[in-house]
Design a binder for this molecule. Structure first.
Ligand code: ASP
Length: 294
């Protein structure tokens, strides 16, 4: 049994770019699925799916990310392995095209888990990952939005969860953070337990307002609910409900998978585009996913 689910960020997508949001997710889910089906690991699958979405200008990750108040791109990413409980994470990276690749390098090769800014970029150099100009991460669209000081509550972070043939779960989250964030601001995405969490039982990845997600450790909470016996579809909903009890009006979404390949998704925003692959290898997409009906 293998499986993969990817998301493109929670928010008011229906008012923004609805028709554009799903096809790249479908492509990313398929790419991850092919890796799983040719014997690749869950880590390989979530990394490959996330790289495709980082490279796509529509999402707030890698190229085309939202700009900071200063007009730069600052990237955060995390990748985690449920079998070993190990993860690699980076924050405030400005010269790496695919921060999820750097996070994976840290997971595989470092004695440490989480690096920021220049130090993270030193590791990139050591791992042979090319450093590029920050300008190469800025898309024309985000630059013109920046010039207009355009604000919009679409959280365009990307994320992926996969289960491989060896029963290993992995999770990845990658983001440019919130639009017009102050320099140095880091949200939930690269924070273990907040933007992503995985163990041998289940995996969860979050998107939304990082300041709120971090306060309730949203991803870990969702996995806790699975460990307490809830199906993944319900655990995602319980975690969002729990967040709303503690922080009324909080804006966030979650994708989940348990070790048997059952999916979950929930969000407190208007929509959260996702793509996933079912047991027959069919890719599905939805702006408003609900796995309790599947
Ligand atoms: N959670 C991300 C952050 O706060 C934003 C997003 O999900 O798009 O940095």
């Amino acid at each position: 049994m293998t499986g993969i689910i990817v998301h493109g960020g929670a928010g008011s997508w229906t008012k923004a770019e609805p028709p554009e949001a799903l096809p790249p997710l479908e492509k990313a889910a398929k790419a991850g699925w092919q890796i799983l089906n040719s014997g690749g690991s869950a880590l390989d699958a979530v990394e490959a799916a996330t790289i495709l979405l980082e490279d796509h200008p529509l999402y707030d990750a890698g190229y085309g990310s939202y700009l900071t108040e200063q007009g730069e791109v600052e990237l955060d990413a995390i990748i985690g392995d449920g079998t070993t409980l190990n993860f690699g994470a980076v924050a405030g990276v400005k010269h790496v095209k695919n921060p999820i690749r750097l996070a994976r390098g840290i997971l595989e090769h470092s004695d440490h888990n989480f690096f920021i800014g220049d130090g993270a970029e030193d590791i990139a150099r050591r791992l042979g990952i090319e450093l590029i100009s920050n300008l190469l991460l800025v898309s024309d669209r985000e630059f013109s939005r920046f010039e207009k000081r355009y604000e919009q509550t679409v959280y365009g972070t990307v994320g992926a969860i996969a289960l491989d043939n060896d029963g290993r779960l992995a999770v990845a989250t990658s983001t440019g953070g919130t639009r017009l964030k102050p320099r140095g601001r880091v949200g939930d995405s690269p924070v273990w337990g907040a933007g992503a969490y995985v163990n041998q039982v289940a995996a969860a990845g979050a998107t939304g307002k990082g300041e709120q997600i971090m306060r309730v450790l949203l991803s870990q909470r969702a996995v806790d609910f699975v460990e307490e016996g809830q199906p993944a579809s319900q655990a995602a909903k319980s975690a969002i409900a729990n967040m709303l009890d503690l922080l009324p009006g909080a804006e966030a979404g979650l994708i989940m998978m348990d070790r048997h390949g059952n999916y979950g998704a929930a969000y407190s925003t208007q929509a959260m585009p996702v793509a996933w692959v079912d047991g027959d290898g069919i890719v599905h997409t939805a702006m408003n996913p609900d796995f309790s009906a599947v």
